[in-house]
Write a protein that binds this ligand. Structure first.
Ligand code: GLN
Length: 546
């Protein structure tokens, strides 16, 4: 087993996750089987209770793990499926050690950060690295370990120490340390500044880890002079100083690193497979697309697009498949509401203008009642104007409420999530869900959806098979008691769970594309293999824009 440890310095948001995944792509292109471990030093057990507004989306895995969005990068870049243990947090490590202590495993000893926490970290990494991830059932050959946060953070100290010790456990020849940093540009002549990187490497070395490779984020390619200066001050070879400068799209990143000789430094032959040529084709294709397709994304938190990262990626995968340049029009759902018109008529007009100009509408998942009426209006607009619509999770629920209100004339229809005792409960709390504990208690992870009809658009998109497996994350569901009435009026629940009771997919008859899914298809979309509900949306939207 080979390990690549990726740490970060200077500031967050340098694309450490993308760099780490890109290194994984290079290793994979040499024929190795890759897995990854993301370390998040926060005390939460997992990302499940964290706000996407602050931390970006909560990514959901097959086994129901609610994890950091970087695991989504790994799954998409490396085409692997990870489990909840691939995301290591302080909450998980301390729980494990405290449980061992209560069991009496350390009887007589004082339980300490060194060696008990640091040993537990190393054991965890080693165990998880050996779990097959690419579907072949075979043990991976290499594991990318990404350390979240920046070196010097108080929370990351035990992890740095564990990784320092880990090099002796696995042998120095089996581990590479990569440090991701920033090279800012200052002054009128655009001088590339190396001091922040020097300081952060100094800090890392002070903690006992000497990086083998530096990856420096900058706006423009780093000059040879800058690379040599960094090499001299940071105790790395000049060949091992890589620049990750701005590129037109993310698929260029592995190619950019390969071009600078990273495969040679990692001692692998990246031309063993045709993987990199496929990436090259994807990167260049994306650069040349000109004909646009516009999708209105009606959500909240729209000022932090990381909150919808996998949805954006899935739209991009599907747009590539229909050879269109993707344009996302972000619409804050509450701006569509009449009450907003009084508050700010310009924002109201602008939101409706964007929606009416879009070729397709997407209402993504969400929690809480802010903007709900706006989302219901968006579902109504798409249904009545025959604009292609995809509703994901909450997007399915709001469209069902809209249908009850405006087609079945049940004006009091609502979800019990937004109103305590609605006159007509169209969406209800699922009986098995805990009312006292919020972490890890939703209906989570991969579950099957069985087709209820033989012929519908979404089934054709999914292709062969009696059922589809997609990932879930919800507490509410369409009230099974209303299904018959809704279906009789044309909104057909074409996919249900294995009990035949729970609604999973609807499709509206006589509409170019009006589909709602209770699951989150965005978590399984891959470049080159777009998720079927997204592909359907993009196909219908591109037809509409012709
Ligand atoms: N809030 C809704 C529920 O819990 C939808 C969840 C979601 O969109 N992920 O069922």
């Amino acid at each position: 087993m080979k390990y690549v440890v990726v740490s970060g310095g200077v500031l967050s948001g340098l694309g450490k996750g993308v760099t780490a995944s890109s290194i994984g792509v290079l290793l994979k292109s040499s024929g190795l089987k890759i897995t990854s471990v993301k370390i998040d030093p926060y005390i939460n057990s997992d990302a499940g209770t964290m706000s996407p507004f602050e931390h970006g989306e909560v990514f959901v895995l097959d086994d129901g793990g609610e994890v950091d969005l970087d695991l989504g990068n790994y799954e998409r870049f490396l085409d692997i499926n990870l489990g909840k243990n691939n995301n290591l947090t302080t909450g998980k490590i301390y729980s494990k050690v405290i449980e061992s202590e209560r069991r009496g495993d350390y009887l007589g000893k004082t339980v300490q950060v060194i060696p008990h926490i640091t040993d537990a970290i190393q054991d965890w990494i080693e165990d998880v690295a050996h779990i097959p991830a690419d579907g072949s059932g075979e043990t991976p050959d290499a594991c990318i370990i990404e350390l979240g946060g920046t070196v010097g953070d108080i929370e990351s100290a035990p992890y740095i120490e564990a990784l320092r010790q880990f090099q002796f456990r696995v042998g120095r020849e089996n581990i590479s340390f990569v440090h991701v940093s920033l090279v800012p540009v200052m002054g009128p002549v655009g001088e590339q500044k190396t001091k922040p990187t020097q300081h952060s490497v100094k800090e890392l070395r002070g903690l006992g880890i000497t990086p083998d490779i530096l990856v420096c984020r900058s706006t423009r390619p780093m000059t040879q002079e800058t690379k040599e200066k960094l090499a001299a001050f940071c105790h790395v070879s000049a060949d091992a100083v890589m620049s990750t400068h701005d590129v037109p799209n993310i698929y260029h990143v592995p190619l950019m690193l390969e071009k600078q000789g990273l495969c040679k430094i990692l001692n692998v032959d990246c031309n063993t497979t045709d993987l990199l040529s496929k990436w090259r084709e994807m990167a260049l294709n994306l650069d040349t697309l000109t004909e646009e397709v516009s999708i209105a994304m009606v959500g909240k938190y729209t000022d932090l697009s990381d909150a919808y990262l996998s949805v954006i990626k899935s739209l991009q995968h599907a747009a590539m498949a229909v050879s269109r340049k993707l344009n996302i029009d972000w619409i804050e759902a509450s701006h569509l509401e009449d009450s907003w018109k009084q508050q700010n008529s310009k924002e109201f007009d602008n939101a409706w203008k964007l929606m009416k100009n879009a070729d397709g509408v997407l209402v993504p998942g969400g929690f809480g009642d802010r903007g709900i009426e706006g989302k219901i209006l968006a579902a109504n607009y798409a249904r009545t104007s025959k604009t292609p619509y995809l509703g994901i999770c909450l997007g399915l629920q709001v469209a069902t409420i809209e249908f009850c209100r405006n087609v079945l004339n049940l004006t009091g229809a609502n979800s019990t999530e937004f109103e305590d005792n609605p006159q007509y409960p169209a969406v209800i709390f699922m009986p098995e869900i805990s009312k006292t504990h919020l972490g890890g208690t939703m209906r989570l992870g991969s579950r099957p959806t069985l087709w209820q009809v033989d012929d519908c658009k979404i089934k054709t998109l999914y292709g062969e098979g009696e059922s589809v497996d997609e990932r879930h994350r919800h507490r509410y569901e369409v009230n099974p008691d209303i299904i018959a009435d809704v279906e009789a009026a044309g909104l057909v629940f074409v996919g249900k769970d294995e009990t035949g009771q729970r609604c999973e997919i609807f499709e509206l008859e006589g509409h170019p594309y009006y589909v709602g899914v209770q699951f989150h298809p965005e978590f399984k979309s891959r470049p080159g293999r777009p998720s079927p509900p997204f592909l359907g949306l993009l196909q219908a939207s591109s037809n509409a824009s012709q």
